[in-house]
Design a protein around this ligand. Sequence first.
Ligand code: PRX
Length: 632
Amino acid sequence: MDLRIKTFEEYQEQYKKSAEQPEVFWSEIASQFSWKKNWDITLEWNFNEPKIEWFKGGKLNITENILDRHLAGNANKTAFHWEPNDPFETSKSITYQALHDEVCQLSNALRKIGIQKGDRICIYMPMVIESIVAILACARIGAVHSIIFAGFSSQALADRINDAQAKVVITSDGLNRGNKQVELKSMVDAALKNCSSVNHCIVLNVTNTKVNWESNRDLNYHSLIENEEKNCSAEVMDAEDPLFILYTSGSTGKPKGVVHSCAGYMIYSAYSFQNVFQSDKNDVFWCTADIGWITGHSYIVYGPLLSGATSVLFEGIPTYPDAGRFWEVCEKYKVNQFYTAPTAIRSLMGFGLDFVNKYNLSSLKVIGSVGEPINEEAWDWYHTNIGKKNCPVVDTWWQTETGGIMLSGLGNLSPMKAMHAGFPLPGIQPVLLDAEGNVIHENEVEGYLCIGFPWPSIIRTTYGDHERCKNTYFSNYNGYYFTGDGAKRDKQGMYRIIGRVDDVINVSGHRFGTAEIEDAINMDLSVIESAVVAFPHDIKGQGIYAFVVVENSDVKTDVELTNSIIDCVSERIGKIAKPDKIQIVNGLPKTRSGKIMRRILRKIAEGERSNFGDTSTLLDPEVVEQIVDKAL
Ligand code: PRX
């Protein structure tokens, strides 16, 4: 199944066709996949409800497109080269046949413990092949997977398990990350004290750590699958049945479960993978994301596997045992397409070129970036030192909610411009809106980035709360999907993402809502209230700056308070969300109606010490001076 566009002219033709005849365009692509029954209606949609149905009436199972379909000609092709955290440990490879067999074994086992189509399963695992098996086994039997990044705390895990009402959690004894080990199973044990929906916890041995065992609940992965058949009938799924839930943060409230559908997600993850990375049949692809994020879902698991590609799956981190690890792995597997995040590039830049130049990177053809805006210095460094000025940099803009890459160059076909994601993929109709919600037609403008027409992998709902989906994405601008990002469009029509225009902070490419972090901080008993804003951070892109009002601040020192606040955030969300700066303040700048003026706090966090614009609505202007005096 080769879905690739081959020239820029062809891209322009395809784009035009996708805009003029979207149904014809997507039907032709969809017909290249395996279906159990063809669809009746290609698209029915209405952004007001929202209700979006692609390939209505079609029946399929995504794993037949990933596994069974490739067995005929490519059974012995490598699906993954697994590279361990410790370079001295033995690496492993798994073929499409072996992946099929193990997926079927786990699928059979899951059915035996009572899992049925539609049940939810949470996966809290390291970057090992069995995690891919777990994901695909869910899809094989129609269970809805919800992967939770293994850096989240047990409290965050419990929240997500409860929201999804999961019946099973799949985890491991522990995980290896650099020179650290994390005891995952004990985190799950703590979470499950408060999760009554869970009947079973399946545990894989990874670190050979001794774990607590609840014999009526816990099942060992290896013993569970050992005697199972290597064949398993694939559940018949409706095109619009949910494939997975992935929790992500927004401006308000708790993280929400973004729901993606079976058929639309399948088609768009494969189509975008093949076109953006332009990978050839025998190429080796490497996406360094974690499977716990959408990038891992679409470009480690689904896109590459649907395309029959060979990928690297890396357990470790970029700086272990040293800052040359990424490049060592690229050389080892002769990686052709490499896809990472600006934060990793910025952190590796700091270690110098000796770590890069030791390795032969001549196999690279395309290098990609994702998750946050890439600044010019990082873009140049990546292009010059990793791509040797020979590889296009594909700066891919997209979101958990979009399921796949929306704006990006296509391999070496498209014009490239530093820090610009570029043109939309075929089928994607971006618009910029002004503050009043009017479409801005001309170029060289800035506006709110919205999408005017559905694409196959658009979010369908937020799990258990459809109203929230409507309010978050479809109510700000009538008739449009609102991305939450601001963007500029240049003379040629290429897009440059500026960043979030809502209260979402992007730390190292990971999304957090300010409200979510404030809630965690406010759990500290000494805290009365807090306000969290972003500030520019050299490595992380954005850092977290918390202004905190505490009770009776004489009792504890600022260091004690800061440490206890950090502990609260680590427990409630995870270490990845802990504030970089915490300033204990006497009060927050509020309007007479009690609203915190975040605009002022943002400016202070960015280093501004005066010129806060109109402050006439402030209840107590002195508060600002006090904060500025002690700003960090
Ligand atoms: O602000 C944009 C930023 O990341 C947000 C989406 O985050 P998440 O759902 O976690 O998905 C990240 C990986 C797809 C967007 O709203 N973002 C993502 N990619 C880029 C980006 N900002 C600038 N340039 C990008 N290439």
